[in-house]
Design a protein around this ligand. Structure first.
Ligand SMILES: [Zn+2]
Length: 366
């Protein structure tokens, strides 16, 4: 007699999960919270095994689906933000083997974040297809003869009630994976009066520590041809598969070369210069301009975003000559890079000062 294997598929409402991240950030007591998508299937498998009373090796997570939307036709100022979103989904596909289904939302030339738009602008992005795509895929897999035994539904919107009910009517089981503060009551109901699930809900809130994406320092070898000395160095940066690795010194050298070449070349020549990998990133200690993007009044921190969409965390103690209480979102500032953004995680800023235009600064002479 063989051991019974449970085939599990994970279905993630990416839009909902993205909206939910700030809540998880609050609960974790951090400014930002990123999910480790490599760990999520492991947590699902282990928790399911516990609920089924079987060994975790009897749970086979055969596929992860994520459904989300991606802005198009947005303000060019959001280019950096969208590039990072695209890279994130690429990472999910290529490194974590998720099936990603992305749907475009037309932003009609506007900024992607509501906070960046004119408060008088009543525009609301119209999300298309995400719910229906998730529902269709789940039903399809539930109806397939050998598709799956259990659907792990990572979502929280009430709209999914009928699809979860139907999946169960088709003889498959449902594990609801959600976040307490972002889950519709009908789904969360421990008595399950709507008949949407077969097990106790897996609350991501209870696994925050484990689900958080962390960057453990690791040893890498610098691959720059111009590197001098010991090539091994320790870093928290996680290079994408196939991406060449450069140490801080070699990166700084590239960044310096870029600054020089931009000054000394025309834009046409510019395209042909090999800046090297990660050359678009600033270096630690570099002074950058940005705007205050978000401020958490009661916690005393906020984020600054640069023109190309990089985010930097700051604490009120990082402010120089600025008052945290009166500092308004949208305020233009200059700051020094304390740590770099890595893998979509914000960097940190220090010495955050008001941006003063040169003509204001010019001393009176004579
Ligand atoms: Zn190097």
């Amino acid at each position: 007699m063989g051991i019974k294997m449970y085939k599990v598929m994970i279905f993630i409402d990416g839009t909902w999960l993205y909206r939910t991240l700030p809540r998880l950030a609050e609960q974790s007591g951090k400014g930002e919270f990123k999910i480790d998508y490599g760990v999520l299937p492991q947590v699902v498998a282990r928790e399911l095994a516990e609920r089924l009373g079987v060994d975790p090796s009897g749970i086979d997570v055969v596929r992860n689906h994520i459904f989300a939307s991606l802005p198009t036709n947005y303000d060019h100022l959001d280019e950096g933000l969208i590039t990072r979103q695209n890279e994130f989904y690429k990472l999910l596909r290529e490194d974590y083997h998720y099936d990603t289904e992305l749907f475009n939302i037309d932003f009609r030339g506007r900024r992607v974040r509501q906070a960046d738009r004119d408060p008088a602008d009543s525009f609301q992005p119209r999300e298309k297809c995400v719910d229906i795509a998730l529902a269709s895929k789940m039903l399809y897999q539930a109806a397939m003869p050998f598709g799956m035994d259990i659907a792990a539904a990572v979502l929280g919107d009430r709209d999914f009630t009928p699809v979860l009910q139907t999946v169960r009517q088709l003889g498959k089981r449902v594990l609801l994976v959600s976040v307490r503060s972002s889950c519709a009551q009908e789904l969360a109901d421990p008595e399950d009066r709507e008949r949407v699930k077969d097990y106790d809900t897996l609350w991501m809130d209870d696994h925050i520590e484990e689900l958080e994406l962390r960057y453990e320092p690791q040893w890498l070898e610098c691959q720059s041809p111009e590197h001098e000395g010991e090539r091994r160095f320790q870093t928290t940066y996680r290079p994408r598969r196939g991406e060449p690795v450069y140490c801080d010194a070699c990166r700084a050298a590239y960044a310096q070369r870029r600054v020089t070449s931009v000054v000394t070349s025309t834009y046409e020549d510019d395209d042909q210069i090999d800046y090297g990998p990660q050359a678009g990133l600033p270096v630690i200690g570099e002074t950058l301009e940005g705007v205050v993007e978000f401020k958490k009044e009661d916690k005393g921190y906020g984020f600054v975003t640069t023109d190309d969409g990089m985010s930097f965390f700051f604490h009120l103690s990082d402010l120089e000559g600025l008052d945290f209480e009166t500092l308004e979102e949208g305020r233009e500032v200059v700051f020094e890079v304390k740590t770099l953004p890595v893998g979509g995680k914000a960097g940190a800023a220090r010495d955050v000062r008001a941006l003063e235009y040169e003509d204001e600064e010019e001393p009176l002479e004579g």
